[in-house]
Design a protein around this ligand. Structure first.
Ligand code: DP6
Length: 333
């Protein structure tokens, strides 16, 4: 019997995914582009067994409602590949979960990579990305390390909506993302519900789609030539656009707290007053992700530490590819 140990990293979007053209297949309205982050690591152990049900342990979060999408994911896998065993899943996020730090992204990426290996499905990376996407959209990007592009695709069945690695982890060794963690609480509105509401109710949504499409080739080029300012400006512009869409959603989606705004204002002041090269992005949660280059990271950390309510600071480089290790033995759940 084979047990698989997988290490994945959540992939932070610089050009965001927010809203779906197909809600069931999790097909996005936009292509998105992001960086896998060393600080957002998930380790997952997976094996198949003959017990009556899937056994799920999500260390670091005891909320049983989080097991539902995982069971659904494995039901889908069993139907699609004609598998009749159940699985044992132990997943540990090495960062706060369910509050906008993309825990589902790295988790489902690990499950897709893991089930391909445990059941010897022989899927290509493109097919694994599609499979990960069926668990949570942004997981499509997290099956890779480095800097990743998720093609929104055109096909109705979603086979062309997969992520492609663009630049590996060593492409830009000076690139840093500093995460100001501002809560350990779960967010009130999931990104799934929030994105659907935004698409249905925000009059700003179509404009954001257009601008996102224009930004995408520009940001890929900025990373290719390692132009930090252009990359940062485009990422921050995409975030402000998504933020405005969220706030314009009816009812309004306000994922940020006073602490988030204190961090955001501090970073903008550092850029405008001290000329520091630094930009902001956030996701559907109150944590703030600060983009910078290695020489400026200590100064930014120092400034963030002075803000009351910042619980911890995670400094991240661009992560390597996921690792998959096999262990053989008799595993009894
Ligand atoms: C704001 O991937 O969590 O982080 O596909 O519904 O599971 P579902 O949504 P999810 O959305 C992530 C949204 C985001 C932006 C991004 O990561 O691109």
């Amino acid at each position: 019997m084979k047990k698989i140990h997988i290490t994945t990293h959540a992939n932070l979007a610089l050009i965001k995914y927010w809203g779906k053209r197909d809600e069931a297949l999790l097909l996005p309205c936009t292509s998105s582009f992001g960086i896998s982050l060393t600080a957002l690591k998930t380790t997952t152990t997976l094996y198949s067994h003959a017990a009556d049900e899937d056994l799920i342990q999500l260390d670091g979060n005891n909320n049983a409602s989080l097991h539902i999408p995982i069971r659904k994911f494995f039901d889908g896998v069993r139907t699609r590949f004609g598998i009749n065993t159940k699985f044992s899943i132990l997943s540990k996020n090495h960062f706060p979960t369910a509050s906008g730090l993309a825990s589902s992204a790295s988790g489902f990426a690990a499950l897709a990579l893991g089930v391909n290996s445990v059941c010897e499905l022989g899927l290509s990376m493109q097919e694994i990305s599609v499979l990960a996407r069926t668990g949570s959209g942004s997981a499509a990007r997290s099956i890779h390390g480095g800097v990743v592009l998720w093609h929104k695709g055109q096909a109705l069945d979603g086979h062309d909506s997969f992520a492609q690695p663009m630049f590996n982890a060593s492409w830009w060794p000076e690139l840093r993302v500093i995460i100001a963690v501002t809560t350990t609480q779960e967010k009130k509105i999931s990104s799934r519900a929030g994105a659907t509401a935004s698409k249905e109710t925000s009059s700003l949504y179509p404009g954001w789609l257009e601008r996102s499409k224009e930004r995408l080739p520009k940001i890929i080029e900025a990373v290719r030539v390692r132009n930090f300012h252009t990359m940062g400006q485009l990422a921050e512009a995409d975030w402000t656009d998504m933020r405005d869409v969220m706030l314009d959603t009816k009812p309004s989606l306000n994922y940020w707290t006073e602490v988030s705004w204190a961090v955001i204002n501090k970073i903008i002041a550092l850029r405008e007053q001290s000329g520091l090269a630094t930009y902001i992005t956030t996701d559907a949660g109150p944590h703030v992700k600060v983009l910078c280059l290695a020489p400026d990271a200590p100064r930014i950390q120092e400034e963030l530490r002075t803000i009351p309510g910042v619980l911890s600071i995670l400094e991240s480089c661009v992560a390597d590819e996921p690792t998959i290790e096999e262990e053989y033995g008799n595993f009894i759940p």
